[in-house]
Design a protein around this ligand. Structure first.
Ligand SMILES: Cc1cc2nc3c(=O)[nH]c(=O)nc-3n(C[C@H](O)[C@H](O)[C@H](O)COP(=O)(O)OP(=O)(O)OC[C@H]3O[C@@H](n4cnc5c(N)ncnc54)[C@H](O)[C@@H]3O)c2cc1C
Length: 400
């Protein structure tokens, strides 16, 4: 693979790719529209290094999460960055959830989740999480927490040291191919590369349109808001306490996470965002909202899942509703323990024309342009493995 590579996007995936290419002696240039790296999903997530409990066995998510977890751990060790295996407990609050819990256990075994244990004894449950209520659980002691923004900065440092270029404040507004090369425009410049990889997260469908590919999958942004536990009550949670997920939407339900800096977050929920990069209810982009409403898939989606939507929106607007859900897991929790809303992230959730969720990671190739079209959670965990996957299956193949 000779020549130059341009990468759009200074989130963890774009930077992990730049680092992997630089390590092979390739010349890379990253173009990031913000003034700093990791300003969107990468800097607004739960900071969890997932061990791969939920993902469909054999999917890219399952395989790249498993490989990515190990790579992120090794990277943190190498750079002296915090990596804490605080462990995750997926709790069945009542008997009705036991079937779904067994399915998680089965998937985890197929996915090779390390050291996973089924817990049926309430006293063992309380040894792990003394304040939790439930009839059974699965425990993943290797699920960890990190600071993905710091990891991205450290990876970018490796890129610069290897002679690569990371250009901040460079918003790509046009892409065209000419004589087998790619011309990339920003408001103040034009760059020419031998190949281009688009890792634009929430804007992946917008940037895909610059190369004239199908608008599907479309990003319909969903905001996830967090509450923070009052500092004097963080002892209610030792590691992570998660609900038994609906396998179709594993990101739903109240999650408690002890972060890498010992703060405890409750969330994220999932409410429609009225702007792709809208971190509050009042951040509204008429253009983004209009585009979401015009998407044919938005209506079947709304029709099918309106109850879930109303539930999530009500919990976002009325604290007592959210608190009731959270207290199912920790009966000692008081409303005042949810001390303050502590930020939010917006998920780049990709949907098809019929309103179907595109679950797995997805990549498209158009001439010399490789487009990462879907990289939702656990793409931060998987970032280094996604980078290797793109190189092996797209960049090396295209060059051969
Ligand atoms: C609330 C929430 C919680 C999550 N929790 C976890 C978790 O615990 N563990 C986990 O593994 N994953 C988690 N995820 C998912 C994870 O954060 C993302 O999958 C991952 O960060 C995707 O990285 P990325 O680089 O693809 O995207 P991003 O981090 O969104 O980066 C894309 C970058 O592209 C830039 N860009 C876009 N358009 C242009 C343009 N035209 N020109 C130049 N630059 C452009 C953007 O500014 C941005 O910096 C969570 C996500 C959210 C939202």
């Amino acid at each position: 693979m000779a020549g130059t590579t341009g990468i759009i996007g200074g989130g963890i995936v774009g930077i992990a790719l730049a680092r992997a290419l630089s390590a092979r002696g390739e010349h890379v240039t990253v173009l990031e529209k913000e003034a700093r790296l990791a300003q969107h999903q990468t800097g607004h997530n739960s900071g969890v290094v997932h061990a791969g409990l939920y993902y469909k066995p054999g999917s890219l998510k399952a395989t790249l999460c498993a490989a990515g977890r190990v790579s992120i751990r090794e990277f943190c060790e190498e750079k002296g960055l915090p990596y804490r295996e605080v462990g995750k407990l997926v709790v069945a609050v009542d008997e009705s959830e036991l079937g779904a819990l067994a399915e998680i256990e089965r998937r985890s075994a197929e996915n090779g989740v390390p050291d996973l244990a089924r817990i049926d004894d309430p006293s063992r449950l309380r040894e792990i999480e003394p304040h939790v209520a439930g009839v059974a659980a699965v425990h993943s002691p290797r699920t960890a927490v990190v600071d993905y923004a710091s990891i991205t900065e450290a990876m970018a440092q490796d890129v610069r040291m290897a002679g690569g270029s990371v250009r901040l404040g460079h918003e790509v507004t046009g892409i065209r191919s000419k004589n087998g090369r790619v011309h990339v425009t920003t408001p103040g410049s034009e760059s020419v590369f031998d190949r281009l990889v688009v890792c634009a997260g929430l804007q992946s469908d917008v940037v895909a349109r610059f190369v004239g590919v199908d608008a599907s999958p479309k990003i319909l942004p969903f905001r996830g808001e967090y509450w923070e536990l009052a500092p004097e009550r963080t002892d209610l949670v030792q590691g992570m306490i998660y609900p038994v997920p609906d396998p179709r939407f594993p990101f739903l339900g109240v999650h408690f996470t002890r972060g890498v800096y010992d703060n405890v977050h409750v969330g994220p929920n999932a409410v429609p965002a009225l702007a792709r990069e809208g971190y509050r209810w009042l951040s509204i982009s008429p253009k983004d909202t209009w585009e979401s409403l015009r998407w044919p898939g938005a209506w079947p989606l709304a029709k099918q899942h309106w109850r879930m939507g109303v539930d999530e929106i009500s919990g976002s607007l009325f604290k007592p509703l959210y608190f009731q859900k959270a207290r199912r897991f920790i009966p000692e929790l008081k409303s005042s323990d949810l001390a303050r809303k502590s930020g939010a992230g917006v998920r780049a959730q990709a949907w098809g024309r019929a309103g179907e969720l595109l679950d797995d990671f997805a990549v498209d190739q158009v001439g010399p342009v490789t487009l990462l079209r879907n990289a939702p959670s656990p793409a931060a965990t998987s970032s280094i493995a996604i980078a290797e996957y793109i190189i092996e299956h797209y960049l090396v193949k295209a060059a051969a």
